[in-house]
Design a protein around this ligand. Structure first.
Ligand code: ZN
Length: 448
């Protein structure tokens, strides 16, 4: 009998874009399906230059930006491509978490293929879809799984474990095959508020006969960027806000709920309200019921959180409930010391109306740029310089550090390690000789 295999159809020597195919006899399942953040995509598609919605697969296959897999894509997505439509030959697609690089190509997938997600991820995808016109995930046979409850697909058994990451409801998986178990980490860290989840996933993996560890390696290899724990971010924000009389600013990733909670707590401690965009207000409102009561601030219901009304000619219908009591630039300008405004780079023109006093603090609570010629970073600093804002870098990564990754590999002792979601798979070789730096599209047999 043929051995089960694991094949990497994306995420190889690139950050994001994981597409992990596991086959055992006739049974085939896939983990994650989104675009990578690699410069390879941006060689062809950048900003508003994107694949045509009438023929997305054709436009991506042209540059080998998608795997040529039959029985995976929908008839509609395949329009005009040279890949023939076939009824589903993939028996389940598991989504580890709701970040775009793991879920962003779901809309291309045949709606007959069951898509397995956690309840929180399902809610997040719905929320993102309803408030971001550009994000569509398509119709699917959704299957909502429960934490740690095994799902049987033919010979395969998949057990989802919650892990800590910079978006809530992220999962790692144990996949039991006829030749031992594959542990797939998804994206994870162990220095955030749900570190205990990661530890119990790794403990469960350690208790299995591990044929393969498929691990993310975002921060493997050289990484000069500074990193804090979530508590470290809180301490830093406290120091910046202490004794300040002016309006304060912060920018974060839009779905980093932990960071929004940290900013809210820090603002509350100095009698400021956290002021968020309508999109963030929508996110917090939609997902708060999935957290213990009172832990996620909800505009209009929780103390210390308000909504900012940007200057716009037209608002979307979903924004209406959040705009009823929203604060405008006038209020924030007049009473700056009462507020901490979460302001995205793309909304920086608001600064022209906000006119913060020079020296007002701006907390950049996102990853430092990868490269020194990062255009967005240059633009951000141009604006901060123009308004005389004081820049503070403070971030806790969503990913385990290089040394932590090596420690995990050493302690799990899998037969083989396949590093993906990294530009430096070779950095794992320090952990031992069992590291296989995967090639795109090569099936690796388990137990061999
Ligand atoms: Zn990712």
């Amino acid at each position: 009998m043929a051995r089960p295999t694991v094949t990497f159809l994306g995420g190889v020597r690139e950050i994001g874009g994981n597409k992990v195919l596991i086959e055992d006899g006739p049974d085939r399942i896939l983990f994650d399906f989104g675009p990578s953040f690699s410069p390879r995509i941006e060689q062809f598609y950048v900003d508003f230059l994107q694949p045509r919605s009438a023929s997305p697969v054709q436009d991506l296959l042209e540059f080998d930006l998608l795997p040529r897999v039959e029985g995976l894509y929908s008839r509609e997505a395949l329009a005009d491509s040279d890949l023939p439509y076939r009824p589903p030959e993939i028996h389940g697609l598991f989504v580890s978490h709701a970040h775009a690089d793991h879920a962003g190509y779901l809309k291309l997938v045949d709606p007959e293929i069951p898509v397995y997600v956690g309840a929180g991820t399902r809610q997040l995808l719905d929320t993102i879809e309803s408030s971001s016109p550009a994000m569509k995930y398509g119709e699917h046979a959704w299957k909502v799984f429960e934490d740690r409850r095994p799902i049987r697909i033919g010979r395969l058994e998949v057990v989802p474990y919650p892990v800590d990451h910079s978006i809530p409801f992220a999962y790692g998986f144990l996949v039991r095959t006829s030749e031992g178990t594959i542990a797939y980490t998804g994206d994870f860290r162990q220095h955030g508020p749900r570190a205990e989840d990661t530890r119990s996933f790794l403990a469960a993996a350690a208790a299995e006969p591990l044929s393969a560890l498929v691990t993310e390696g975002t921060r493997a290899g050289p990484d000069p960027r500074r990193d804090l724990s979530e508590e470290g971010v809180r301490g830093g924000v406290d120091r910046v806000l202490h004794d300040r009389a002016s309006l304060a600013f912060a920018c974060t990733y839009p779905r980093d709920v932990d960071r929004l909670c940290t900013l809210h707590d820090a603002a509350q401690a100095v009698d400021r309200d956290l002021v968020v965009s309508t999109r963030t207000a929508h996110l917090l409102t939609q997902i708060a019921p999935m957290f213990p009561a009172g832990t996620v601030p909800v505009p209009g219901r929780s103390p210390g959180v308000a909504v900012y009304a940007r200057k716009k000619r037209r608002n979307f219908r979903w924004e209406a409930p959040y705009l009823a009591d929203a604060l405008g630039a006038d209020t924030l300008r007049a009473h700056g010391s009462r507020y901490l405004l979460a302001l995205d780079l793309m909304h920086f023109p608001e600064l022209i109306d906000l006119r913060p006093p020079r020296g007002s603090p701006f907390i950049h609570s996102m990853s430092e740029p990868f490269s020194e010629d990062d255009v967005d970073d240059q633009v951000l600093h141009n604006w901060l310089d123009h308004f005389g804002l004081e820049f503070h870098q403070m971030h806790a990564s969503g990913h385990a550090s290089g040394p932590q990754l090596l420690e995990i590999v050493r302690s799990l002792r899998p037969a083989h390690v396949y590093p993906i979601h990294t530009q430096h798979p070779e950095a794992f070789e320090k952990a031992g000789p069992r590291v296989r730096s995967p090639e795109l599209g090569t099936p690796y047999p388990l137990g061999a």
